[in-house]
Write a protein that binds this ligand. Sequence first.
Ligand code: NAD
Length: 411
Amino acid sequence: MSKNPFQTALDTLQMAGEIGKINPDVLKMLSQPKRIFQFSIPMKMDNGELQIFQAFRVHYNDALGQIKDGTRFVPDLDLDTVKALGFWMTIKHAIAGVPAGGGKGGVRVDPGKLSDREYESLVRSFIRKLPMKGAWVDVPGADIGTSGRTQAWMLDEFEEIMGFHSPAAINDKPVEVNGTLGSREATGTGAFFVTMAAVKSYNISPKATVAVQGFGDVGSTITELLYQQGYKIVAVSDIKGGIYSENGLNITKLIEYVKETGYVVDFPGSKSIGNDDLVEIDCEILVPAAVQSVIYEDNADKVKARLIIECANGPVTTEAEKILEKKGVTMIPDVLANSGSAIVCAFERTQGLTDTYWDLETVNKRLNERILKAYQETIKTAGEKDTSLRNAAWINALHKIGKAMKARGWI
Ligand code: NAD
């Protein structure tokens, strides 16, 4: 049975807290969320039946600033998952130097089973019933089951309620309604910047071989950027399976192929492989950008990569991490590697508050500065404490949050 995600987050908190000698009161404060909202949303379905949906929003901690982050619409959403996700966002914002607290929310629903009218109505009801909201309190963004489309509905509903425009109140909006450029690519682009820095730190060849699992927004963005930089992409996969070429895949053509067919499988000139094979493939850089726990106790020893860039959340289990550490594999932790969208969401709110909209070059320049600063701080702490980059990133976050708590007089 997989571990409760909130317990996993608490375990990391305790470990990082011990290694970093963090004030126990900071750990105590961070062991539970500041606020939990749980509410039901009754809705008349198209067939006239009344259905009641369970909704959640957790304000995990707001020592560093207003609550910010995603809204998940999935059929198996539960409170512990929302708490864990809100906690991770609190840590991720602190690592990235984003002046925001962390939260998460969502509705227990399968959006694929809703008509367009039902979907829009549920999204609007979620915002109407959310007890605390707005640019200075809680800024919901997108997550699984939500997208630019739902965020535009949320914004419209919020502005109708308030009676004035407030683009900074909702994140991940389309640019047509005051969203930011670079939003969809932010996580892949941020992970690319971190990879470039890690390659230098760990003396990996700038023409190294790369394997990428997952070819969605994040996976395809980082793959294309690495390819343009001259890296040899030997393997790529998605939910239907993977492809391999010893001489390297032509990613420009692959992107065109995926646009036409929807998947990477059967790409001309490539050999078919499974998703499990991809993790074990002979390459120097491995980029898990699909789902959690793909590197686990049984396959960790077979990983050949020297550097793992965790684009997905939690792709390496705790047991696998110990095995990889012994093998000398460097892991750039998810909380750092995939913080690009958290950073660009903060930029989106800033743009909305100032009514000034940046060009893509400015967004990416500021993303680069912010994520590299976080990377350098992590490397420094890992060296000083002789610990993993994951622990180091958490320790830095706990220090920043702890200082804010102290200044506020909470501890
Ligand atoms: P996406 O839905 O755009 O793409 C997911 C990709 O993974 C698709 O190619 C899909 O086919 C593939 N996939 C799904 N299940 C798979 C499986 N079991 N094995 C192999 N491939 C599989 O999602 P995304 O936005 O690219 O996000 C990818 C990962 O990054 C997720 O774990 C997500 O939680 C994480 N993440 C995303 C963001 C973001 O801003 N998009 C931010 C932080 C973390």
